[in-house]
Ligand binder design. Structure first.
Ligand SMILES: *Cc1c(COP(=O)(O)O)cnc(C)c1O
Length: 343
């Protein structure tokens, strides 16, 4: 098999943050509990929740290219933004610590939640341990405006600053998940399987965009990626994802085309909004933890797996399909949602 269409991934500036390919394995207990064997459905998981640095999670793949660029231009400081319990901010802090960048973050109140668990535990606790300068903004403030002002002040003092937007979802960040698509394609070849459906959450859309970028470039059916939106409305998420993927294809110099029908997003799992718990999320989290000993998170992967469970029950997932669920990390969020999750 040739992966040459993505050769640019190895030429663009990058700092390696993952030690190896993340594992893919079957979820046999869940297959049993949901009676999937009788229908010939196989369910596998890709463990993007297991990485050595900073607690791991999908944002590390994007940060490989962001920090590569930062080093390339001689930056000394990374400023990022996100919600209070941003996994991206936490991993930016950890990766910055490891590679000698100063890290500052401006956290916005994107979720109607407060209290000590939400504002001080989970990711926020870790941000501080990783040495980041954390600013919690009052409700209604635009974090990116504050980030720009702070960057100007630092630049006036002679620093070189890189600003990363929410979730690190820029065309450069998206390359991290194009790289993951190539990794999945290589694992398919090694395992001798072809996944019919690859399931991810869609938040700031970079993960989904990267996967379809990579699969489109490799001619491995981008439309088999099915995402559940947890942040934007479905149609807005489709537009953002398509734009990010097309821009990433341009960065890679790939000549393939992506159309709206390649971007499959289900909007049914968002519930009352970003970061707001749903009954389906709680059920999914409990099933994965109690049947497999694996932790999902309350904001992203829990809602995506809830969507997959619904589609397995309703028959949207057809008999005989081999499904790959991409676990994206975010376990620190569990501690911030203690009150919602405690049994
Ligand atoms: C950010 C995040 C996602 C969503 O990824 P996007 O690229 O923002 O769409 C999914 N899972 C976890 C745990 C995350 O932190």
């Amino acid at each position: 098999m040739s992966y040459d269409a993505l050769a640019a991934l190895d030429r663009l500036p990058r700092i390696a943050l993952l030690d190896a390919a993340t594992a893919i394995h079957r979820l046999c207990r869940i297959e049993e509990r949901l009676g999937l064997a009788a229908r010939g459905i196989r369910l596998s998981i890709k463990r993007d929740d297991v990485m050595a640095l900073g607690g791991g999670g999908n944002k590390l793949r994007k940060l490989e290219y962001h920090l590569g660029h930062a080093r390339d231009i001689g930056a000394d400081t990374i400023i990022t933004v996100g919600g209070v319990q941003s996994n991206h901010a936490r991993l930016t802090a950890a990766a910055s610590a490891r590679h000698g960048f100063a890290c500052e973050m401006l956290l916005a109140r994107m979720v109607p939640k407060d209290g000590d668990d939400y504002e001080k535990n989970g990711n926020v606790l870790l941000d501080e341990l990783f040495g980041a300068k954390v600013t919690l903004l009052p409700r209604g403030e635009n974090a990116l405006v504050h980030a720009n002002a702070r960057a100007e002040a630092l630049q006036a003092e002679g620093h070189t600053v890189v600003i990363l937007p929410t979730g690190g979802s820029t065309p450069r960040g998206v390359l991290g998940y194009a790289r993951c698509a190539r990794e999945i394609a290589q694992q398919e070849d090694e395992l001798g399987v072809r996944f019919d459906r690859i399931v991810v959450p869609n938040g700031s859309s970079g993960t989904h965009a990267g996967l379809i970028t990579g699969f489109a470039a490799l001619d491995r059916d981008p439309a088999r990626v099915t995402a559940y939106s947890v942040l934007a409305e479905r149609d807005a998420a489709v537009t953002t994802t398509l734009k990010l993927a097309r821009d990433a294809l341009e960065l890679l110099g790939a000549s393939v085309e992506l159309a709206p029908e390649h971007v499959r997003i289900d909007g049914s799992q968002r519930g009352d909004g970003y970061g707001v718990p749903t009954a389906g999320m709680k059920e999914a989290l409990r099933l994965m933890a109690s049947a497999e000993g694996i932790l999902l998170d309350p904001v992203y992967s829990g809602k995506a797996f809830a969507g997959l469970m619904q589609d397995l029950r309703s028959g949207v997932v057809r008999d005989g399909e081999h499904v790959l669920f991409v676990a994206t990390g975010g376990q620190p969020g569990l501690y911030a949602y203690r009150e919602d999750l405690a049994g």
